[in-house]
Design a protein around this ligand. Structure first.
Ligand code: CDP
Length: 241
């Protein structure tokens, strides 16, 4: 991918979005037959399938927790999801890290005390990656958990934001990074947020942001999450129509 001359010009990004716009999104709750809960999601060209099993018996037994459910996540980026020279099949450090932070971001919402000695397993398969895969997977995971009937304090909604350089040397904060923006942007952050109870459950950053840029980004991310939240609710409603 060649470095573009700029990522934003007169307030418009390379793909025509304004800084506050998320890419077109599509969510299908109950996408899989065999999982207890599932969701297929598209965010622009990023495509993820999430399947949830549980609450169910814990294997291996020694991982069982007496007072709450064990929430486990497996994030996997299929080798066909990215340019072939960049991704070997199987687990790597990046997917191990994303699996761990995703489990924490979702556990914060799940009423885990109601299901002691059980496991809730969340499998996230990235089938096409065009950046922001971890946040897209988290948004879908919440829908899949709701589809599985797992009670939550609120739904976790997730989005990325970052800083783009403009034609005249300006630096602009924007939400939902796509691939060129992720590659050539000045910073990118992943956040997960529970809109109803106004709590963040994940915050990760690559690059540098000044404190006022961080504040602006968090405010934009909250607004975007509220929009995504409506799409999550609509996807769950469609499932039962
Ligand atoms: O996907 P996300 O933004 O959550 O994570 P990232 O580590 O910042 O990766 C950004 C993007 O780089 C991914 O969405 C993929 O499009 C791409 N990538 C890749 O092509 N090959 C990898 N091994 C890892 C990431």
């Amino acid at each position: 991918m060649d470095k573009p001359a700029w990522l934003i010009k007169n307030g418009i990004r390379l793909d025509g979005r304004t800084p506050g716009d998320v890419r077109p999104m599509k969510m299908i709750a109950g996408f899989l037959d065999k999982a207890d809960g599932s969701c297929y999601i598209e965010c622009g060209k990023t495509k993820v399938v999430v399947g949830v099993h549980g609450p169910r018996e814990v294997h291996p037994k020694h991982e069982m927790q007496d007072t709450k459910a064990l929430v486990r996540c497996t994030y996997n980026m299929e080798s066909f999801s990215v340019d072939s020279e960049r991704r070997r099949p199987g687990l790597d450090r990046r997917s191990t890290e994303i699996s761990k932070v995703s489990a924490q971001a979702l556990e914060a919402a799940i009423l885990v005390e109601r299901f002691p000695k059980t496991a809730i397993d969340i499998f996230m398969e990235v089938i096409q990656a065009d950046a922001s895969t971890r946040v897209t997977a988290l948004t879908a995971a919440s829908v899949a958990l709701a589809d599985a009937g797992i009670p939550m304090k609120d739904m976790v909604t997730a989005v990325s934001f970052g800083k783009l350089y403009g034609e005249n040397g300006e630096e602009v904060v924007a939400v939902d990074m796509d691939k060129p923006e992720d590659n050539f942007g000045l910073a990118d952050c992943a956040v997960a947020y529970m809109p109803n109870i106004d709590q963040f459950t994940l915050m990760q950053m690559d690059g540098n942001l000044k404190i006022d840029e961080m504040r602006a980004g968090m405010a934009m991310a909250k607004k975007a999450c509220r929009e995504i939240y409506e799409m999550q609710k609509a996807a769950i409603k469609r499932r039962y129509e």
